[in-house]
Design a protein around this ligand. Structure first.
Ligand code: C2E
Ligand code: MG
Ligand code: MG
Ligand code: MG
Length: 288
């Protein structure tokens, strides 16, 4: 009987494996034609000041495929990186955001609005031509480059310091800004940071999630905030889901936020509405 159940477990395991391989193959195949089939689109999540004013958006990619449905970026971005499609996808994102930003720019941006965060994959950034690609998009779209806030990760900074720093400084010459995404989860020491023209740290949402329950997270955020102040860096907390979290962050001295408490990512139409209507976030004032 033990043998029998062992065999069953094994068969189950094989089926499971097989299914995963098939799914992955399907995803990879669909990913190859996703751009030409126009299956990607962007959503924009508001970034807000301590008074709830709209200070920016983060552009987030979405992929809808007929067979696979809506595939989250955490599932397909790693595949795109692995099979060499991330460059093309990343350039599509860059181009789309800049086109959109130029439209918003022409409509007139609210004075509090500083620009749009764009996630840049390390593979995309590592390309020899990355700087030229960005310049090209700026040329074509005539977007104000100071509205671009390129989000990179800590891991990127510890590899190839000189070439990464050189590229960043060249982009910085055109007033492009850089944020460190998911800050606190990598291993970049303060010493690393000072080599790079960084303007903002985005505190990873895992720290915010544990803020009310875990004193350790409170300490970590406190440390990040005071260190950022010393280095004259802006800090923004990600994944703020509750008013209480916002209050604690505010007391610590973190004055910029992004998260479901304020607003979820929205489509272009709604984002345009947010930009043109001087509203503050959260939209419905919540009872304390
Ligand atoms: P990220 O850059 O750290 O983006 C923040 C993620 O947190 C987004 O997930 C956003 O929808 C989600 N989020 C925002 N507020 C909250 C909240 O209050 N609670 C919770 N639980 N989540 C919140 P999304 O859109 O699924 O993106 C996941 C990741 O995929 C991003 O993490 C980023 O690393 C990557 N990604 C998204 N768009 C792009 C892109 O255009 N290019 C590249 N290379 N990566 C992208
Ligand atoms: Mg990001
Ligand atoms: Mg993040
Ligand atoms: Mg992330």
């Amino acid at each position: 009987e033990a043998k029998e159940s062992g065999r069953n477990a094994y068969r189950f395991y094989r089926q499971e494996m097989q299914q995963q391989i098939t799914e992955r193959a399907l995803l990879e195949k669909a990913l190859h034609s996703a751009i030409s089939k126009d299956e990607f689109y962007l959503v924009y999540q508001p970034q807000v000041s301590e008074y709830g004013q709209l200070i920016g958006f983060e552009a987030l990619i979405r992929w809808f495929n007929e067979e696979l449905g809506l595939v989250p970026p955490n599932r397909f971005i790693p595949v795109a990186e692995e099979v060499g499609l991330i460059d093309e996808i990343g350039n599509w994102v860059l181009e789309s955001v800049c086109h959109q930003l130029k439209e918003w720019q022409d409509l007139g941006l609210p004075p509090t609005f500083k620009g749009v965060g764009i996630n840049i994959s390390p593979y995309q950034f590592a390309k020899e031509c990355f700087v030229e690609t960005v310049y090209g998009v700026i040329e074509r779209t005539q977007v104000d480059p100071s509205l671009l806030d390129l989000e990179i990760t800590e891991g990127m900074l510890v590899e190839n310091i000189t070439s990464v720093a050189e590229k960043m400084w060249r982009l910085k010459e055109h007033n492009i800004r850089f944020s460190i995404d998911d800050f606190g989860t990598g291993y970049s020491s303060l010493r690393y940071l000072q080599h790079f023209p960084i303007t903002q740290l985005k505190i990873d949402q895992s720290f915010v999630r544990d803020l009310t329950s875990d004193p350790q997270s409170h300490v970590i955020i406190n440390t990040i905030v005071s260190m950022a102040a010393h280095m004259k860096l802006s800090v923004l907390a990600e994944g703020v889901e509750h008013q209480e979290e916002k209050e604690i962050l505010n007391n610590i001295g973190c004055l910029k936020y992004q998260g479901y408490y304020f607003a979820k990512p929205v489509n272009v139409g709604m984002a345009t509405h947010y930009l043109s209507s001087a509203i503050t976030f959260p939209l419905q004032p919540q009872k304390a």
